[in-house]
Design a protein around this ligand. Structure first.
Ligand SMILES: Nc1ncnc2c1ncn2[C@@H]1O[C@H](COP(=O)(O)OP(=O)(O)OP(=O)(O)O)[C@@H](O)[C@H]1O
Length: 618
């Protein structure tokens, strides 16, 4: 795991490094607010003129009003003006001591690669994806009070010049639908529960407002009497180590030269290194829950300055496995309560029971659904094959041979195979390798080093097949995953949605194949409904299974195609004092269904990989 800031730490150079503290010639560093850090020296000038973005930031917190100095904050920010904190010190932000910044000066490593002429890269290749416009006609629903209107371009949003520059470096030409809606909502300081399809850009949707908010924030000062304690301003939680690392890498790109420092903490890696990273200063902490609790219990981290909390894969974070830990972190430590902090929950799936649980963490929130909650994108061609348990391996072999026969270059056509158990993953990996298909495996019993090695080897195409348990089902954004095979189907339709979402991302097409047999009967109905919603052809035999197993069960999707999203609208859920203030507005942008372009319409795998069709690795 690269720790780019730490790698280049110089340890003591307060004066010359373009970091949080500018030199004042006295040997003692003077504070430079985050939005001015990491700027190349420009005639010695270090004034607000560098920053063309918002300077007050009060709109970030909805009702908050700030008129220049930290002491005038009304609303959420006045939380920080309580005893124990010195006042914001007027213009110029957080005053002279922030977390661990002053203990060491790091030089920020360019996450885009050294000496990259960003404008040139931007012009060379736009990150549009071949079907990026496929997202344009997707139905969008918002509910809640006074929903801020969406934007159509990044230029319409006042994110600050440094962040805008990074957006250009990322080659993002225009916001995806979830970004168009979620970013203005978050910038307005509102809590948000957002549901949007896999691969549709949710990471940037929560990172941009957080970075922009921290850049423009003023009047916040970390307590100075606990020098070894870190006080992040934002916390991003995710369920897996690999996803936390990925979010960290993304966030570092978005935060490059903004002065906002991003640190990651996750289990399975040496904690001392992570503690050192934290001590160097942290604005945004990306973490997995277990390691975070460890850090909190060691009293090396405090959440009392948290202004932004984002839960990625929020439904997973609040399901039975994680909920106690999340409640502990969010409700039982020192994190400011809802209404004081700003909370953003994101996922591609959001069962209603989990929405209800989640509402405990939010204040007067806006619900945003881009596409139907829990739907898959129709950029993914879905196939279901009836395969008995005993035939699965030979069937898999047929698929892989067909892929190979069609001359698909391995590095551009990675195949991700999901299995049920860790043992199953080990044995399938071994069997594939024995049969001439270089494969790696990732699951929870592997060491973190092994997991990272497997993922790297897969990403680089060294082993173009990755056998995985659900540890790789959510969030991972691996370019060139062309085919997801559900060798064993999951028990829950939402897990299926996340698994197949490892392909068909950012507007690109992909292929997903599932092996189905009698043992998966309970999935039949949900699977066929999901496929219909995504304009996929449902085999007759699957429809028969679905009819036979259409009663009850956890995996009933229910509701109309575009209905029943925000649980607050469902009367059966509205028993308690849910903080719902009516539907507000419902913006629905139905357009042409934007169906799948038919590249995979002609049956059979040979057809799927045949020359001439639009393929997932174009
Ligand atoms: N505005 C944009 N323009 C072009 N590409 C984008 C844009 N926003 C995000 N992307 C790219 O889209 C890909 C998917 O984004 P991201 O991983 O955030 O999806 P996601 O919605 O979080 O998916 P998942 O539900 O699987 O976690 C990434 O490679 C990201 O760089």
């Amino acid at each position: 795991m690269s720790t780019s800031w730490a790698d280049s730490s110089t340890g003591v150079d307060f004066v010359t490094a373009p970091g949080a503290y500018g030199g004042n010639g006295s040997g003692r560093s003077s504070y430079v607010p985050p939005h001015l850090r990491n700027r190349p020296p420009s005639g010695g000038q270090q004034g607000p003129a560098f920053y063309s973005g918002p300077t007050l930031g009060n709109e970030r917190f909805g009702q908050g009003v700030q008129s220049g100095g930290g002491e005038n904050i009304i609303g959420p920010r006045n939380y920080y003006n309580r005893p124990g904190y010195s006042g914001g010190g007027g213009r110029g932000g957080w005053n002279s001591r922030i977390g661990g910044w002053e203990r060491g000066r790091d030089q920020e490593v360019n996450p885009f690669g050294a000496d990259v002429d960003t404008e040139q890269v931007f012009n060379e290749q736009e990150n549009t994806g071949i079907h990026f416009d496929a997202y344009e006609d997707i139905p969008v629903e918002t509910s809640g009070d006074n929903v801020p209107p969406p934007v159509n371009t990044f230029a319409e949003i006042d994110l600050g010049e440094a962040l805008n520059q990074n957006i250009r470096r990322c080659k993002y030409v225009k916001p995806t639908p979830v970004q168009r809606h979620a970013i203005p909502i978050s910038l307005a300081g509102r809590d948000l529960m957002a549901c949007a399809q896999t691969g549709s850009g949710k990471t940037a949707a929560f990172c941009f407002p957080i970075i922009s908010g921290i850049m423009s924030g003023q009047g916040v000062q970390r307590p100075s009497h606990m020098p070894r304690m870190s006080f992040p301003l934002a916390l991003i939680l995710s369920p897996t180590r690999e996803l936390s690392c990925q979010i960290h890498e993304e966030a570092k790109k978005f935060a490059y030269q903004t002065g906002v420092r991003v640190v990651v903490a996750y289990g399975g890696a040496p904690i001392n290194q992570q503690l050192r990273d934290l001590e160097r200063g942290v604005d945004i902490l990306v973490a997995t829950p277990g390691r975070l609790v460890d850090l909190l219990e060691r009293a090396r981290l405090s959440l009392q300055m948290i202004r932004y909390l984002a839960l990625d894969e929020a439904d997973r974070m609040l399901d039975m496995g994680f909920e106690p830990q999340i409640r502990k972190i969010v409700q039982q430590m020192d994190m400011p309560p809802p209404g004081i902090r700003q909370t953003m929950l994101f996922s591609a799936t959001f069962p209603k029971e989990i929405q209800r649980l989640a509402s405990d963490f939010l204040a007067n929130y806006i619900f945003l659904a881009v596409g139907r909650v829990g739907s898959s994108t129709d950029l993914i061609a879905q196939r279901v094959e009836f395969v008995q348990e005993t035939d699965k391996r030979s069937h898999l072999m047929d698929l892989l041979h067909a892929q190979r026969a069609n001359g698909v270059q391995a590095k551009q056509a990675l195949t991700l195979v999901f299995v049920e158990t860790k043992k199953g993953a080990d044995s399938l990996e071994h069997w594939l390798c024995m049969n001439g298909f270089p494969a790696a495996a990732i699951h929870g019993d592997r060491t973190q080093q092994e997991r990272e090695y497997a993922l790297r080897s897969f990403k680089t195409g060294h082993t173009p097949i990755l056998v995985a348990t659900d540890v790789a089902a959510r969030g991972l954004d691996i370019p060139h995953v062309a085919h997801v095979i559900n060798f064993d189907l999951p028990k829950d339709i939402d897990d299926y949605v996340h698994r197949i979402g490892r392909t068909g991302r950012a507007g690109k097409t992909g292929l997903a194949t599932a092996f189905f047999n009698e043992s998966n009967s309970s999935m039949a109905r949900a699977l066929s409904e999901l496929m219909q919603e995504a304009n996929q052809e449902v085999p007759d035999w699957l429809s028969h299974f679905a009819t036979r197993h259409s009663y009850g069960g956890k995996n009933r999707r229910g509701g109309g195609r575009f209905g029943g999203r925000d649980f607050r609208r469902d009367s059966s859920f509205n028993r308690g004092p849910a903080p719902y203030h009516g539907p507000g507005n419902v913006g629905v942008g139905y357009g042409a269904a934007g169906g799948y372009n038919g590249a995979y319409a002609a049956g059979g795998y040979n057809g799927a990989y045949a020359a001439g069709g639009t393929s997932a690795w174009d």
